[in-house]
Design a protein around this ligand. Structure first.
Ligand SMILES: [Zn+2]
Length: 247
């Protein structure tokens, strides 16, 4: 259920005010959940939701410095995820351990995602919108984001809810809705005015990715949430393309 609010004609401005009992955010890289939907996760966790995060890759290529040791960076980023998870108030954190840029478009990846969905039993799954490829004239979406987004959608339905898919990966579970972030077609907004600072604190735990740019990131994240808030009619908001599965 969602409640309507007024807004522009260009975007539907439906504010989603519910807090699910359990949510699972599935993303490619260690800092993706925080950047993509961290304020929503923090708001839901503060509201009593059991929030779990699953990260598919190790993040070991998250450096342009040829002297960086990838294995060392992966360990550092795991510690950053741990710290960030505490800030967000996560109930659980999982990592599949694939190499950056090496996520397989495979039944094995989908099986692992289905196993996590069936274990956590979330009402809501959050992931990247895999159809969002080109953002303006200067950026296109990372292959790992696109691939993870499709794999999550395929794992959610039909696989997780059908006992004949991956019968060894736990009893079937029906996910009620999917929230896709980094979308070009948002249809719901979550008012994150009370949790934007928690999101920013969580993003800033990923120090290996910030360089000296903590203040810069803080400004960018405020700005993005403010842009969303303007469209949603609140101070700060995160937008999603929401699919209500089964109506
Ligand atoms: Zn990423």
């Amino acid at each position: 259920m969602a409640s309507s609010s007024s807004g522009s004609d260009q975007y539907p401005t439906v504010l989603y005010g519910e807090v699910p009992a359990r949510a699972l955010a599935v993303y490619a890289h260690p800092d993706d959940p925080e950047i993509s939907c961290g304020a929503t996760l923090a708001r839901w966790a503060a509201g009593g939701c059991e929030v779990h995060v699953l990260v598919c890759a190790r993040g070991e290529k998250g450096s342009l410095d040829p002297a960086t040791d990838p294995a060392e960076l992966a360990r550092r980023r795991e510690a950053e995820m741990e710290a960030s998870g505490k800030v967000l108030g996560l109930a659980g954190r999982r990592q599949l351990g694939f190499g950056d840029g090496e996520l397989p478009d495979s039944a094995e990846l989908r099986r692992q995602l289905v196993a996590a969905i069936r274990e956590v039993k979330p009402q809501v799954v959050l992931c990247n919108d895999p159809t969002a490829v080109f953002f303006g004239d200067t950026y296109y979406n990372h292959a790992d984001h696109r691939l993870t987004g499709w794999a999550v959608l395929d794992a959610v339905a039909p696989a997780a809810g059908n006992p004949h898919y991956f019968p060894d990966a736990g009893p079937a579970h029906q996910v009620e809705s999917v929230f896709m972030s980094a979308t070009l077609e948002p249809n719901v907004w979550v008012d994150v005015s009370t949790s934007i600072e928690t999101k920013i604190d969580a993003v800033l735990c990923h120090r290996s990715q910030l360089g000296e740019g903590g203040d810069f990131f803080r400004d960018v994240l405020h700005q993005r949430a403010e842009d969303g808030g303007r469209l949603a009619g609140v101070r700060y908001a995160e937008g999603f393309r929401r699919l209500a599965l089964g109506g």
